[in-house]
Design a binder for this molecule. Structure first.
Ligand code: NAD
Length: 323
């Protein structure tokens, strides 16, 4: 049993979080994570309308009586997103934990706070973490350069990012990026985090609502099988390397690409086909360097239990070795 400020604040058993993943954060996965004693997040924008999000929250509640949350990602999108309506849907659904990601969540905080919602802001830099603390977020999820999705533009990996953040930021912090096993959990606790977030690792579980080909691809891939796209647009995303990501990288290498030049390749609707139909070169899909640590497709409970058991063994081994 590892109790931290994070587990106490959010009323969960284990210091493990399944953060927001577009098209993946659905009730099947999130309820399995909750039932395993960790904290899972539905991804608001996975659902076409705010009403659909409310229905998914209800579905998730029927599948677990443990806490879970909703992720609201605020980044550039190809189509305009009604963020206010999604926020209102979150409040209406009665969910009490929100993970914001991307831009400063300031405009969303008053409504969320009034409704008694605790907010974890996902940051990729210490300065953004300090802002999150100052505007009243309850915790941060610090996302190192290793992560899948959007690592920001500073390129600081967790070995430096986490202790620097810990020295400057007081609110509870979970670590995100490059994490997939007990060694990662113990390491980030040592670096000053109060828990860890896993995205890619949770995609390679039985309950993750993605095609079997995607899960097997993550087992086959290694730590080198990612690409950084949108570098030239200052909206960097780490994605699984495939023929589409390579095409995007080569278009950007010419130096003057606009989102208009890339949209036909990178649209989330194409990425969704990869995840749902298993057509691995149809579009872009997110996965991190942690693929190098993924060798199997367990159930969520097997994964969480294994991490917690092995973390305890590592802590005991270190205690015996150095006492
Ligand atoms: P989308 O189809 O609107 O856009 C596809 C990609 O292009 C996204 O990464 C988006 O940030 C980027 N993009 C769009 N317009 C842009 C612009 N003007 N300048 C620079 N980049 C631009 O998005 P989607 O795939 O439907 O995703 C919805 C939301 O979820 C977005 O905010 C996206 O960034 C985010 N997302 C998160 C993850 C994750 O959790 N790891 C994965 C995919 C997408």
């Amino acid at each position: 049993m590892i109790t931290t400020r994070f587990t106490e604040l959010f009323g969960i058993e284990h210091p493990i979080v399944q953060g927001g993943m577009q098209w993946v954060g659905r009730a099947e996965l999130v309820s399995a994570v909750a039932n395993a004693g960790a904290l899972g997040f539905l991804t608001a924008l996975t659902f076409p309308t705010p009403e659909d999000l409310i229905k998914e929250v209800q579905k998730c509640r029927e599948m677990t009586d443990k806490p879970f949350g909703v992720n609201l990602t605020i980044l550039p999108t190809l189509k305009k997103v009604p963020y206010t309506e999604y926020r209102q849907a979150i409040v209406e659904s009665g969910v009490k934990i929100v993970e914001t990601a991307g831009y400063n969540p300031r405009e969303h905080l008053p409504d969320l706070k009034r409704a008694g919602v605790k907010v974890i802001h996902k940051c990729t830099s210490v300065r953004h973490g300090l802002t999150a603390e100052r505007i009243g977020c309850d915790a941060i999820s610090m996302d190192g350069f290793e992560c899948a999705g959007h690592p920001g533009e500073d390129d600081i990996p967790n070995l430096v990012l986490l202790p620097v953040a810990r020295d400057k930021i007081k609110i509870p912090m979970i670590a995100s990026g490059g994490l997939g096993d007990a060694r990662g959990l113990v390491a980030v606790l040592a670096l000053g985090a109060d828990g860890m977030n896993m995205g890619t690792r949770f995609m390679a579980t039985q309950e993750a609502p993605v095609h079997e080909n995607v899960k097997q691809q993550m087992v086959e891939n290694d730590e080198l099988t990612t690409d950084l796209i949108f570098r030239t647009l200052k909206n960097t995303a780490r994605v699984a390397k495939n023929t589409v990501s390579q095409e995007v990288v080569s278009i950007e290498a010419k130096g003057d690409a606009t989102i208009g030049d890339l949209a036909h390749l990178v649209s989330g609707q194409r990425g969704r086909v990869v995840l749902e139909k298993g057509d691995m070169d149809y579009g872009i899909w997110s996965a991190g360097m942690v693929q190098g640590l993924i060798n199997d497709v367990p159930t969520v409970k097997e994964l969480v239990d294994r991490i917690m058991e092995e973390a305890q063994q590592i802590i005991d081994r270190l205690r015996n070795a150095y006492s």
